[in-house]
Design a protein around this ligand. Structure first.
Ligand code: ADE
Length: 423
């Protein structure tokens, strides 16, 4: 039974205690966000700031938005994907933490956009987005609200690509910090987070054995690198497909088999798209895939697999287990699609582990603080996370792990900065 009001729209408020338990469990693995939260409680850097956060509603996101609230923000939350919400977390945010939350796992597109609209009704001063649906809806449908906005942050590669296109067209109306571009974000979250959680999602959906499987990974960006490395670690034969020649070469020298996507389609058993692009698996690929092929997507949007072509090629469809759709192809083959082609790590599993989201969300919190501190200084555009924030997140994470590192001596520093030294 769902409940809808100005305090949120969630599946079932009675799930909230389970949500609290899991949010606290995730918090144990998020010491950097924890430290930021403690400072935010003392300093209130976000006092009076209305924030709308459109993020995957998970235990990790809960720890972030609780820190923002403790920093003085008046924050509301909606989902950044219809299938990624953890309903117990959404319930806990509303019921236990007093954070209005609009998100229900499995919501249809209409409800998804009504939830985005609900957080825009909050008239945010800061947008916090993952994939840029919030920013895009704000600019296209609610532009009268832009006058309230001082800035925003964006979590993911796909969102940064969309925002950069908006800025190029001179349509982006305010400054947005590209959290994804921080080294403490994409080196770890995209690579180790996506790598582990994608295999986790596919395993939970199917319980397949990875050892000995031919796994095709489309895209060798940070996510594709992580997925390929982890699949190899599980004993799979990994084939990489890429359109970028340098990345393809990197995959070759990392020891993977690289081939064209159409060649790979004919020999793969498990397919994982991580391109951030459109129809990485299209009709031509579907036509040559072996019987029993398993298809999944780890990119932000559900457009990497051409599901319309698959529907057209099939005579029937059934659900042999949760998160698995079996397509009966007219030539007798069966092809399986996981999680409706949506990001499998959040659809069928819990997304990236908390320890890695700790760094991503530390950048989010500090990015929001940066927007407030620099209000009026930044024009419309997409901005990198300032280097000092990135380095601070790295330092805090190392400290939380009890790891000490060296600093350069004055002599070494001098050497780094001079050009007269030589043989
Ligand atoms: N994106 C990927 N994994 C996530 C998680 N666990 N929480 C929020 N956003 C995510």
């Amino acid at each position: 039974m769902t409940s809808r009001s100005s305090t949120g729209h969630v599946k079932d408020l009675s799930l909230s205690q389970e949500g609290v338990n899991r949010i606290e469990w995730a918090g144990r693995e998020m010491p950097v966000v924890g430290l930021i939260r403690e400072r935010f409680m003392r300093e209130k850097p976000l006092a009076g700031v209305r924030m709308a956060a459109c993020l995957h509603v998970t235990t990790e996101t809960a720890n972030l938005v609780i820190a923002l609230k403790d920093g003085g923000a008046d924050v509301v939350v909606c989902a950044s994907n219809p299938l990624s919400t953890q309903d117990d977390v959404a319930a806990a945010l509303v019921h236990e933490y007093g954070i209005p939350t609009f998100s229900i796992k499995g919501e249809d597109d209409e409800t998804y956009y009504s939830h985005i609209s609900a957080v825009l009704d909050h008239q945010p001063n800061i947008t916090m987005d993952d994939g840029a649906d919030l920013v895009s809806t704000l600019h296209r449908e609610r532009s009268e609200l832009l006058r309230h906005v001082i800035g925003g942050t964006e979590e993911t590669t796909t969102g940064v690509i969309r925002l950069t296109a908006m800025a190029k067209d001179e349509k982006l109306a305010y400054p947005i910090i590209a959290v994804n571009e921080a080294e403490t974000k994409h080196f770890f979250d995209n690579r180790y987070g996506t790598g582990q959680s994608t295999l986790d999602g596919i395993t939970r959906a199917t319980n397949i054995l990875w050892a000995g499987r031919r796994v095709v990974v489309s895209g060798y960006g940070w996510c594709g690198r992580g997925i390929s490395a982890r699949a190899r670690g599980m004993g799979s034969h990994v084939i990489v497909t890429e359109v970028n020649p340098v990345r393809a070469l990197e995959a070759v020298m990392d020891g993977f088999t690289v081939m064209s996507s159409i060649e790979a389609a004919a020999v793969g058993e498990v397919f994982i798209t991580a391109t951030g692009g459109y129809h990485a698996i299209g009709r031509d690929h579907l036509e040559v895939m072996p019987h029993g092929a398993i298809l999944s997507n780890s990119g932000h949007f559900n457009v990497e697999i051409d599901l319309n072509a698959l529907e057209e090629m099939s005579t029937g469809k059934r659900k042999p287990r949760e998160f698995v759709d079996e397509y009966q192809i007219s030539d007798g083959r069966k092809i399986y699609v996981l999680g409706e082609g949506r990001l499998i790590n959040l659809a069928a599993a819990e997304g990236h582990p908390s320890a890695v989201m700790d760094m991503s969300f530390a950048n989010q919190a500090l990015g929001a603080e940066h927007i407030v501190k620099n209000h009026g200084q930044l024009g419309p555009g997409v901005y990198p996370v300032p280097e000092d924030i990135d380095a601070e997140v790295g330092r805090l994470k190392l400290a939380s792990l009890g790891i000490k590192i060296d600093t350069l001596t004055p002599e070494q520093q001098n050497y780094q900065e001079s050009w007269e030294f030589g043989t």
